[in-house]
Design a protein around this ligand. Structure first.
Ligand SMILES: [Zn+2]
Length: 449
């Protein structure tokens, strides 16, 4: 999401079809890596015995003292008390003393092609940074993300970088660069003349590149979805509302347009993520049948009740509000929340009270990649227990993206995406700032020295 602040111009289809679409994501064997040097891994027969102090398996929010985990190839083979688990012959033992082993964390609202707006304003990133440069930046962002213990991102729009996310996804999948598993949305679908750069703030005769793909009417919307699916989108991202002209934030697509978009995406087996910050934008997106709603800062009790009834996932992006306050309102961490932050926190509390499925989605890119842990800390400040926040980032996120049978918990047969942090993050969530061990698909990317 971009932000326009004052003078600054600054994202349920049939499950079987979605699983088929995600097959390529999971076929994530690292066949090669930068410099031709393979990561510390892991052919199909390589086995590890991981010995942490405790395991957070994301089944019920509890930690289990003295458990160990066996990994073989790219999957978890066994988990349980050390006395009951036999290490396979030839397994390499990884000692993780004093640490908690968790499933790899997931951030399911990211923008790998953006970097913080206090470094470069959004407009300048989109208009002045060449695509090749932005792609090189994205490669670095992916490495920072993985090393921070986030082993999956759902990247909700390239913000002017076209379909380059599909190439980054491929490079990670092929082991050319280190990075998290990526679900990509390619270009966000936006209503005509509602998304930057401009038209506000620019001469009206300028034809500017856009941060999303514009569409109006059902024919253009169907074409946009088909183009994106054809180019490799795993998810479709749509802006159900946005700042438009001089009237502030308003719904941008009609309910009919949104229904068409969801129907076309569903027909292609792609779920839909809707940006919405107004109650009416959210209501239209819910009625249209989207799978997740992003931000939702203006959500009402009624709207969140509808989301809970329909099982629509909510990604509150609390850190984004803090970042905007820092960049544009002089907010300093620890100060009382600004009006925007209070609205976001209020929406979170309404959603929580209504029983909405709340995942972890931070809008990282607005703030620095590799500091996604800030959203975990905000979920706790907003009212979750540390265990609930860790579940949001693991098992709950896996359910929201319909990959709960593959990722998000420490269970036999799931992919071995595992991280370790010192101490017990269910007692102190700040432990997630210091990730000491990262494994993705049975490949070790970081380990204690
Ligand atoms: Zn966003």
């Amino acid at each position: 999401m971009r932000r326009n602040q004052g003078k600054f111009l600054g994202s349920i289809a049939p499950i079987l079809v979605i699983v088929a679409a995600l097959g390529s994501l999971l076929a994530a064997g690292p066949q090669r890596s930068a410099g031709g040097r393979p990561p510390a891994s892991a052919g199909a027969s390589t086995a590890f015995l991981l010995r942490p102090a405790r395991v957070f398996d994301a089944e019920d929010g509890k930690t289990r003292e003295g458990w160990v985990v066996v990994v073989r190839g790219e999957r978890i083979e066994a988990v349980g008390p050390a006395a009951q688990i036999a290490a396979p012959e030839g397994a390499r033992t990884i000692e993780l003393p004093g640490m908690t082993l968790l499933p790899g964390l997931m951030d399911i609202h990211s923008h790998i092609f953006l970097h913080p707006y206090n470094e470069t304003l959004w407009n300048d990133q989109v208009l002045k940074e060449p695509l090749a440069y932005r792609t090189i930046e994205a490669v670095g962002h992916c490495e920072s993300t993985l090393m921070a213990g986030f082993t999956l991102l759902r990247d909700l729009g390239t913000e002017g970088a076209g379909y380059a996310d599909v190439s980054v996804q491929r490079a990670i999948r092929e082991g050319l660069i280190p990075g998290p598993r990526l679900l990509v949305a390619t270009l966000a679908i936006v209503a005509t003349a509602s998304y930057g750069p401009g038209p506000a703030g620019f001469a009206p005769d300028l034809i500017l590149p856009k941060g999303g793909q514009e569409a109006s009417g059902t024919a253009e919307i169907i074409k946009a979805v088909r183009e994106q699916v054809g180019h490799g989108a795993d998810w479709v991202k749509v802006y159900a509302d946005y700042r438009h002209g001089v009237s502030g934030t308003v719904p941008t697509f009609s309910e009919d347009e949104l229904r068409t978009l969801v129907a076309e995406a569903r027909s292609a087996g792609r779920p839909v993520s809707a940006h919405a910050t107004t109650a009416e934008g959210m209501r239209r997106a819910i009625a249209a049948g989207v799978d997740t709603i992003e931000h939702g800062y203006g959500g009402t009790e009624d709207v969140f009740r509808l989301m809970a009834e329909r099982g629509i996932g909510y990604l509150p992006t609390l850190t984004a509000e803090e970042a905007y306050a820092e960049y544009f309102e002089g907010y300093k961490p620890g100060q009382p929340p600004t009006a925007g932050m209070q609205q976001a926190l209020g929406a979170f509390k309404l959603a929580q009270a209504a029983g909405v499925t709340i995942g972890l989605g931070s809008d990282v890119g607005v703030f620095a990649h590799g500091t996604n842990y800030r959203e975990l800390e905000w979920l706790v400040r907003a009212g979750m227990t540390p265990s609930q926040a860790l579940l949001a980032a693991t098992a709950v996120n896996a359910r929201i993206i319909r990959m709960q049978d593959q990722l998000g918990r420490i269970r036999p047969r799931l992919y071995a995406d595992l991280i370790a942090v010192p101490g017990d993050p269910t007692e102190n969530i700040q432990a997630v700032r210091d990730v000491r061990f990262v494994m993705k698909g049975g490949v070790i990317y970081k380990r204690p020295s």
